[in-house]
Design a protein around this ligand. Structure first.
Ligand SMILES: [Fe+2]
Ligand SMILES: [Fe+2]
Length: 386
């Protein structure tokens, strides 16, 4: 029984109408055109120092300032490259889901397409910064490693196949996964956006991104809750179908959250790119490899930030998602088993153990009418980074 489905669907429809009236458009690329952001790459950190690759390893103290700066900038480039990977997935999945709901929920389809325009803008803006970081540190030649089978998983025909085979089961799975990813990105980016010693021009770019992403985070939660109201559960669910649906969910969770897959990608990216960086080419190869290994074997600064931010948000997302209790426990156990360092949920909590009762910033106070003025649903998170 999905306790929150109707409430979240009402909120989602009101949110869609309001956003389409005031869509903002593509802001990040336009913003970069108005400021001098490249000067910052000379000597300013781009992420908090404790997030830098190698910061918590014994190798850090032996590096020069320029080498530490290169590792700091690399962390920024690597994280936004990975965020861009997720954004390309959003562009394709939102387009496929928008095509399916267009006929009966045109405003919701419009909202999903608006999100894709925003993501296209985000990808383009951070790609520009990435290219400038490449120029600054001299790692221009090689292609970045991506997760295995990525071209298949991200392709629209494949996503259309998943939506037609699994309907609401896939849509709920995708947006629940997307919500968890949104929370991880937010944990990283909130700290980047408030980096006092960083470049005001680039911290503002991250701040603008968090404003858009706060809305995407709310949409992920509402879509995960309301998918079965939108597309309806299949009437005939054979044992074979149930097994296939579970396998689909497990594959999505594993592919998105497995520490082995994600950390291996980051290790591979770092092993390929760091030796090319001008200042790091002076470091002995075995020292650089040792630093990369020690960084990813330990708990990174970014993982600390995720653990501080995401448990309560993930709890609320999971409580509201319209999955059965059995499925939620499957997600919970699988997520925990796939990770070494991340804590997805509050200590001691399991799905079914009780609800989050506090008001969150992106929800209206209890009792206010959906779509009403003032602090209506989504209105505050249209403006405020959380
Ligand atoms: Fe984005
Ligand atoms: Fe997004």
């Amino acid at each position: 029984m999905c306790v929150f489905a109707l409430e979240e669907l009402r909120r989602l429809r009101a949110f869609a109408s309001r956003r389409l009236q005031n869509p903002h458009g593509q802001q990040l690329g336009a913003y970069l055109d108005t400021v001098d952001w490249t000067a910052a790459l000379r000597d300013r950190p781009l992420v908090p120092w404790d997030m830098s690759l190698g910061f918590f390893t014994p190798f850090w103290a032996g590096l020069t300032e320029e080498q530490q700066l290169a590792l700091n900038h690399w962390t920024y480039a690597m994280m936004y490259f990975r965020i861009g990977d997720g954004e390309r997935f959003v562009v394709n999945t939102n387009t496929v889901v928008a095509d399916v709901v267009e006929a009966f929920e045109p405003e919701l389809a419009g909202l999903l397409r608006l999100e894709t325009h925003e993501e296209v803008d985000h990808i383009a803006a951070f790609t520009r910064v990435f290219a400038a970081v490449q120029q600054r540190h001299g790692f221009v030649a090689a292609k970045m490693p991506v997760k295995p089978l990525r071209p298949l998983f991200i392709s629209r025909p494949f996503l259309r196949l998943l939506v037609s085979a699994f309907g609401a089961d896939f849509v709920a799975t995708y947006y629940l996964g997307r919500g968890l990813v949104n929370h991880m990105g937010k944990a990283f980016e909130t700290r980047v956006a408030s980096l006092g010693e960083g470049s005001p021009a680039l911290t503002k770019l991250s701040l603008l991104h968090t404003v858009d992403e706060n809305r995407h985070m709310a949409v992920s939660r509402m879509m995960a809750a309301a998918s079965y109201e939108l597309l309806h559960r299949r009437r005939r669910r054979s044992a074979l179908y149930e097994a296939a649906s579970r396998a689909m969910q497990r594959t999505v969770v594993r592919y998105t959250f497995s520490d082995r897959i994600t950390t291996n990608q980051e290790r591979a990216m770092s092993l390929r790119m760091l030796p090319q960086m001008r200042s790091l080419s002076a470091v002995a190869p075995e020292v650089l490899r040792g630093c990369i290994a020690a960084h990813f074997d330990g708990v990174t600064g970014i993982e600390h930030a995720k653990n501080a931010f995401m448990p309560r948000f993930n709890q609320r997302l999971m409580e509201r998602a319209c999955l059965s209790g059995h499925e939620k426990r499957m997600w919970f156990d699988l997520l925990n088993s796939l990770q070494r360092n991340l804590q997805f949920f509050p200590e001691g909590w399991r799905p079914g153990d009780g609800l989050v009762t506090e008001a969150f910033d992106d929800e209206p106070p209890a009792g206010s009418a959906p779509g009403s003025g003032g602090a209506g649903p989504g209105r505050r998170d249209d403006r405020l980074p959380l």
